[in-house]
Design a protein around this ligand. Sequence first.
Ligand SMILES: NC(=O)c1ccc[n+]([C@@H]2O[C@H](COP(=O)([O-])OP(=O)(O)OC[C@H]3O[C@@H](n4cnc5c(N)ncnc54)[C@H](OP(=O)(O)O)[C@@H]3O)[C@@H](O)[C@H]2O)c1
Length: 267
Amino acid sequence: MQMLLPPIGFGLDELDDQQVAELIPAAWHAGFRAFDTAQLYGNEAALGRAIKTLQVPREEIFVTTKVMNRHFTEDRFLASVEESLERLDLEQVDLLLVHWPGHTMPIERQIELLNEACSRGLARHIGVSNYNSEQLARAVALSEAPIATNQVEIHPYLDQTVLRRRAHELGVPLTGFFVMAMGEAARDEALADIGRRHGKSAAQVALRWVHQLGDVPLTRSTRAERIPGNIDIFDFELSDEEMQTIQALARPGSRIVSPDNLAPEWD
Ligand SMILES: NC(=O)c1ccc[n+]([C@@H]2O[C@H](COP(=O)([O-])OP(=O)(O)OC[C@H]3O[C@@H](n4cnc5c(N)ncnc54)[C@H](OP(=O)(O)O)[C@@H]3O)[C@@H](O)[C@H]2O)c1
């Protein structure tokens, strides 16, 4: 499997401009290099300004943005990417995703337009988000540029083994959002128990679990003091038994986000 992304990313969903200005430097100093925004989050410009304040070489930062589904039209798709770049004040994003498969533009056309963004130099890598395994297989078959990731909901309560197996067979790592399951994972006693054996928190165990599955966890905190801990997951190893204990926390009905007009039929 080709890993084109940094092993962990900092998510910007729901962060306002003030929080972005405070938290991006905190995340950078803690070691985060990948920052995950979206046209939908309304904070691309704030991220661009925060990156400027870091005064670090461009190639040391990995910026992801996502085309929002409202822009899945012939007129707006690539124009919206150019507008994202203007807001970010970047010549190129490192990773450009389509936010949801939706039902208004065929997968085939989404992939063609992502490839066009790539060949025009607007994006270094391309990928998808919230695709099911069948859509992902079509995307991989169609795409000239590698599909760098499929960004999907991943947490201990949601069984994603079918999608993961297929994605990995296709050579595509998943990127996990909602790893904390709206905070539930950070309070989970079973995860905390495992964490105690390693001197780690339940939150760190959840993030490490995603890493050991071969995927890329995203994490977000509005509390600067939590950020260093959320990246301190690369110095311990969960045993096979611990990985299985976490996998066994999965339960039906635990998917958090699935908008009717945008989501596919899930695996
Ligand atoms: N592609 C998509 O459709 C999609 C959908 C959703 C999200 N995303 C991306 O994925 C990113 C991550 O998802 P998310 O923002 O929901 O983040 P998340 O990391 O799953 O959850 C964030 C929540 O966990 C809490 N938290 C974080 N670290 C903690 C810790 N160490 N201990 C206890 N609680 C902790 C935060 O509270 P505090 O702020 O109080 O610390 C916040 O309530 C987003 O920011 C976005 O970039 C993508």
